[in-house]
Design a protein around this ligand. Structure first.
Ligand code: ZN
Ligand code: ZN
Length: 365
């Protein structure tokens, strides 16, 4: 155990970042990681723009944002060497936090069918604990994953999102001849589409993307694109007869997406919900009963999905698909001001894709 003088870039209130200095404890089993790249997530934006319940904001801020990123190991520790490129796994299960065992922790940690991403006593960085926006991220070695040779940095940094999609896909048993519909043409919908198309080899004519904006659907090359606001497409949507529907919409339109999903899904089908909505949603339960449907929630991912997804990421075809989500102009972050500019741009919603932040050497000086 030792102490380290760290610098942390915290969100103190909506639209305001401040750099602070803090002495932090590094335990023997911790890995010290210097972040190099990160993507802004919709969850970060909800804090930045103050679009969370006031109680939640008050409880969680000040806090460093960002949880989708990679970095470089700063010293030799438990299975890691100085200079290793690693992914920082944001989800830290309760048994790692409390140094117990999965069995002692909770039902989610002790039962692999549930998954430790549903742990009741876990920690998630940038949601109740400081995120990646720090000079040094002090992270338990269990939740640090080496990036294999052949995976480019900006692709590896997408692994959090890709594991979230992979974990959602594992909620059902997808076969090559299944028909699958994805609601949502945002980043979550896109990464999920990449995983379903690449990992499960689902043909274009049996993989449907249902969105509201054609300009944001161009990248979904290996899927059939349907616009819910177009009457002709609406008829096609009604006749999809999907075995599985993934909802990646969230927000105010989540209810209508789920109810449309109930209409187009095959009897006995499963709807996997991944969108985030702060309000309750009214669902057509009459047809859920009549068609014998199952609705499953899927949130976050566990450390176990990372090595699997990083292995898939060695494939150039998968890399090419994933790269399309990266917004073309990365933001170089050298100061609090640069960080604010990147977040203000993300808040403008005048783009499609994931915003990549590159942390400059002297950012915390
Ligand atoms: Zn995220
Ligand atoms: Zn647990």
């Amino acid at each position: 155990m030792k102490t380290l003088n760290n610098r942390i870039m915290q969100l103190t209130k909506p639209y305001k970042f401040e750099k602070i200095e803090k002495n932090v404890i590094v335990n023997d089993c911790d890995v010290v990681v210097k972040p190099t790249l990160a993507y802004i997530c919709a969850a970060d934006m909800r804090y930045y723009t103050g679009n969370r319940r006031p109680e939640a904001l008050k409880k969680k801020l000040p806090m460093a944002l960002l949880h989708e990123g990679i970095g470089i190991v700063q010293g030799d520790t438990k299975g890691f060497s100085k200079g290793d490129k690693v992914v920082i796994v944001p989800n830290i299960p309760g048994y790692v936090v409390n140094e117990t065992s999965p069995e002692e922790c909770c039902v989610a940690c002790s039962n692999k069918n549930i998954g430790e991403n549903y742990c009741a006593s876990g920690k998630f960085i940038s949601s109740g604990a400081d995120g990646i926006m720090q000079k040094s991220v002090i992270h338990p070695s269990e939740c640090v994953v080496k990036i294999p040779e052949g995976v480019p940095d900006e692709v590896a940094a997408l692994s959090e999102l890709a594991t979230v999609s992979y974990a959602a896909s594992k909620k059902v048993d997808i076969k090559e001849n299944d028909t699958i519909a994805i609601f949502g043409n945002g980043a979550v919908g896109y990464i999920l589409y990449c995983v379903i198309s690449f990992v499960y080899n689902i043909d274009k004519d049996r993989l449907f993307i249902i969105g509201t904006d054609e300009s944001k659907m161009e990248a979904f090359e290996h899927a059939t694109k349907l616009n819910i606001r177009n009457d002709e497409d609406a008829d096609k949507i009604a006749n999809i007869n999907a075995n599985y529907v993934f909802e990646c919409v969230g927000g105010n339109n989540m209810g209508s997406a789920i109810n449309t999903a109930i209409n187009l899904i095959e009897r006995g089908g499963v709807i996997i919900s991944m969108g985030v909505c702060e309000e309750n949603v009214a669902i057509n339960m009459r047809d859920v009963l009549e068609k014998g449907l199952t609705i499953k929630g899927s949130s976050r991912s566990s450390r176990f999905e990372y090595p699997i997804v990083l292995e898939y990421m060695k494939d150039e075809k998968f890399q090419q698909m994933l790269r399309k989500i990266i917004y073309e102009n990365a933001f170089k972050i050298q100061s609090v001001q640069n960080l604010k500019e990147a977040f203000d741009f993300a808040a403008s919603k005048d783009y499609w894709g994931k915003i990549l932040l590159e942390f400059e050497e002297d950012l915390y000086e």
